[in-house]
Ligand binder design. Sequence first.
Ligand code: PLP
Length: 380
Amino acid sequence: MIYLDNCSTTMPLDEVCSVMDQSMRHEWGNPSSLHHLGISAEKQIILCKKELAEILSCEPAEICFTSCGTESINMALKGFWDANPRAGKHMITSMGEHKATLDTCRYLEKKGIEVDYLPLNDSGEIDFGLLAEKIRPQTSLISLLHINNETGSMLDVPGLVQLRNRCFPNVRIHLDCVQSFGKNVSRIGRLGVDFASISAHKIHGPKGIGIFYHNKSAKVSPLIHGGGQQKNLRSGTESLALIKGMTVAAREACRSLDLNFWYVTALKEQLLCELSCMQVDYRCNSPKGSSPYILNISFPGVKAQTLLHTLDSFGIYVSTISACSSKKQIQSHVLLAMGLDPALIGSSIRISFNRFNTPDEIIETAKRIKESVDMLKYRK
Ligand code: PLP
């Protein structure tokens, strides 16, 4: 198997599986219980939070465990207005966001929040000039992706934070770091944003857990009410096994972040080089300077889904658009927003790498793509 669909999810590390197995068998006490088993689970959660806070360069109190990136995003957007009912009812996002943001914004619109959706240029970027123009006295929140999950386009976060600090200091920023944490960045707390969303299963951790980062100066209300866990911010019994699994995944991902980044950069370049050398006709939809972990690429004249299934038959796993929308047979809203020709959108696949992919896998993938494209070109 050659797994190149790492934006959808990643294979859990062996260390993650064993720490979770051990925790589920021996540390299953409820962290809220007052007896020894409960207190010991609570202590371990505190230790994990401390380690995660060090990795994120923030305070433990700024970390809230959630069930996934989607929940963290919902918490940032819905929780913000619940906690700040007097805040101006206008926010800004972009047309290229993940559905978790776009659908939450549609929900907020029904509740009376006005939302501006910034267009993307052909590199998948937003125009800061236009962003500044859209900000009005009622604007309270900006929510943007750090790394676009379909193209790898990267937001200029220092530029955004500088603009906000200089001109609109009262506007809060939420950053969707689901594809960037553990790959492009670790110190979320140093970015200068107010809220950030993280998901463990994108960094070789378990599914079912994520982080909602909230700067201590920013107020948010809970989405989930109940037993008052996590200082009332997110009720529900914490899963020590999931928390431990995510902590190991974050530790391992961030340990050699730079080294991994350059290694994966070389893999992405190698794949494009191999395809060029074999004279495969392709168009790279990921812009210059995009995340090395993501390559969006079109093969003119080839139907993306057919290519995906052909590669699947060779044991090579890639994707068309994002995983949560790929079964719905719709065109990528991100590529559409970038103004890409619909024919090219229909022939685009996303190849997303991980730090364990090898140069040999890349050679094999390029060879199979060449074979498949030659076979499928202009086939109806
Ligand atoms: N944001 C981005 C950029 C993503 O890529 C994803 C998942 O693909 C999410 C949010 C949602 O994360 P989760 O699957 O943990 O809910």
